[in-house]
Write a protein that binds this ligand. Sequence first.
Ligand SMILES: Nc1ncnc2c1ncn2[C@@H]1O[C@H](COP(=O)(O)OP(=O)(O)OP(=O)(O)O)[C@@H](O)[C@H]1O
Ligand SMILES: [Mg+2]
Length: 862
Amino acid sequence: MSKARYTRAQLERDSRTPLVTPRVFARGVQVTDDAVWVWVQIPSASSFLLEEPDIETATWRTAQAMAGLLPAGAEYHLKVVWARHEPESYVASWDQVHSVRAPGADNYIAVGTERIARNAREGHFRRRVVLLGVRWREADLLPDVGAAGSIGTAGRRAGRVFRAKLREQMWSQRQLHRDARSRLDFVMPAVERWFEQAANCELRATPAPASLIAWSFAREIRRANVTVPSDEALAGPVLVDLAQGSVDPRESPRYVVVTDLKTGERRFVSILVPATNGFPVSELEIPGGEWLEILTEFDGRVEASVRGVNHGQAESIALLDAGRKLTRSQAREASAQGAQVPLEIVDADDTLNMRRREVQRRLDVLTTNHARWVVDAGSPDELEDLIAAVRHRYTGIVQLEVARNLQDLLWRELLPGDKVRVPAFGQDQPMRTLAGSWFHGGSAVGDDTGPYLGANLGSTPGPVQCHIVSRAETDRTRPTSVSFTGMSGAGKSTAVSLAILGALAEGAWSLLVDPKGDLRGILRVAEQLLRVPVQAVDVTDQRCSGIMDPMRFTATADDARGLTLDAMLGALSADDRRRGEVLLEHAIDSVLRDFPQPVWSAQAVIGELMSTPDTQPDHLIARALGRTLSLRAKQAQLRAVLGPLAENSLPLMTGRGLVYLGLAGLDLPRHNPDPDKWTVTERCSITTFRMALSYGLQQSRNVRALKKLVALTELHLITGYPEGKAFVEWLARTGRALQVWLLLDTQAAHDLAQLTGLTEQLVMSFAFRAVSTAEQDAQAALLGRPEPGPRLRQMQRSLSTGQCIMRDRNGRLAPVQFDRLTQWIANALSTDAAEDTADATSTPTAEDAGPVDAAEHQGRRP
Ligand SMILES: Nc1ncnc2c1ncn2[C@@H]1O[C@H](COP(=O)(O)OP(=O)(O)OP(=O)(O)O)[C@@H](O)[C@H]1O
Ligand SMILES: [Mg+2]
């Protein structure tokens, strides 16, 4: 292709030709008068936290996928544009949650919607739209239309324009429309096959909805918030209406002024191009060279458009050989003159040779790309500042410049269905330069439905939704545990509380076990915002005596036997345990065997021990143990487990709503992991803690046909010693069997990751700040990345309070900031005594908790 031949005169004539006229937009297709373009939408990947080698591998894979997907010789057009985040879609997503909601669910949804709207308004949430179009070959149908090649000869183009004009004069609009329709029908079968290929390749692309293609067209013409009807196909007056904008290049050689004729709003748009040799000759660095992913850093004010051609294998080799011929003759010339062959010629020759080998082995292919950066501002000054910032950010990646006096032509190139009008800045590059731009790179995480959790802090910033208690068909076979790990004060329990509120909103039964007693505030939020029933149970309360007796609450004799032995041994000293184990087992066994189930109880076992007949060996020891346990059962810290059942004891609530199980009066051993060194009250406390967890979980058996969630906090208090470890393993397994979602909150990721089979029981994982290598390693294992690289570690280290790395049910990772929704909720959930100043008079909605205060992370790779 000769760039020189393309003179300014030709350019000028080009600029007088009418704008491309789309006739029909249908699902995945745009029909203009001289072409059919097929369009797919490319979803954001979850590449933000991938390590360098993984990014590199994925880049090669993507390049190969694109080489296969983009037909050789056909023009393609890649558009990266920003759309508004519509909070309405959050409200609409709740329609897909079919369970009975909490009476105050609408308040909850409204508060989330308000937060999303605010974050969108302030530029924290942006929706990136990536469209990839291919000019379809319809040569068989329209022999007069050049099949491919971005730059036909001027003569051919003139002929085409002439014919188009003629056709326009001869045909009525209606005929044109009918013509467009029949061309659409003609190409569709082949296009559908191509869509299938696009969906199955690395890019996972889907046909772009008609409204989206039309939108991307209209917004170039108006640069405003255009709303497009979401019809199956768009044509006729709707399109005319959408295209109500004007473009004026006369104000400056450096920009065009785009006016939305409906509102009169003027935007100043400058299109940047890579300087000749703006891209490095050899390779772009990865990471850092993701030249389209970094658009995120400009708050949605910089977009991109890349038109290009995939040369295919044969043509690529021909082009490379032509290039090599040139470098060789240059080299010969230099040496003939006795001079040393210049280094850049040697380099260029090496690169060409390497590319040729790659193309031959089908690892890559050659393309010609015309990349454009679209900078948009409200005033010329703002525009210049932004241009400077963009050029600066791209230093060392791609050298960018404003092409003077060509802005109107460059602007036209942005329109879907148009073509390259200024070929001078084209770059011959391997496909992986485009693949490695990571135009699809991002930080996608979470679900399409479910409660709004907070902000995505990665390169595709937006609201994160997460449907923890999902009963969707595809989720039924998944495990049900979710881990929350990280340092003290990192925000785990707050996140757990927020997750519980979400589950309550969709009508779940939730139980929260709170060893520290600092999570009580959630009761107020559940009651006042969601208006669900709540029940608070404090384990040291007299009325709780005996309610956590495993002889009573377990469902089977086997469970009763195991847990009761566990509880009683836990209450005893090391010496007593050693001599009494078998005796305890006997006593439990005889109660289970000889007594009717309604009278099974720990008290009965103790009675059995104390009344061991003289005829039995070791009867003295047995009676002594019975007396000890009888005494222990009076301890406030153990009464709930071994004590007699209180007369006025309350059964736990089993309907929709929140049960809060407070363990505040317990004296849990916090610093000594060796059970032999625990005091009596510490031993009693830890036993009650364990039984409370299992009691909480077992209670879910009584909850029928509801979504069930049990949150267990401060698990590090028991995972440091063997019995506690085994116990948590058992909890996770049982949770799944009972179809209960289990939220596991612990400061010791290391302990959790060591538990046998626990990682397999996790459906999701939230890793809050961690600084020690051991904790980071363990978190990484729980995140499904057993060998963390520097990127993940850096992120783990630098998270602020309330921020975490989330692993969703599909194994995708991204940094996320939990959103406390309103100041009132933030105060209510606060675990710092000083901060808890919420007074009962403030309202549960309205106020704000400040925007997402995460700017330092947003969009930037760790
Ligand atoms: N998402 C958030 N946004 C802003 N601040 C938060 C967030 N989450 C927590 N905080 C602040 O951090 C404090 C501690 O949070 P939290 O109690 O959840 O930490 P934790 O990880 O559970 O700590 P510990 O392991 O000691 O229990 C909260 O009281 C609150 O002030
Ligand atoms: Mg906590």
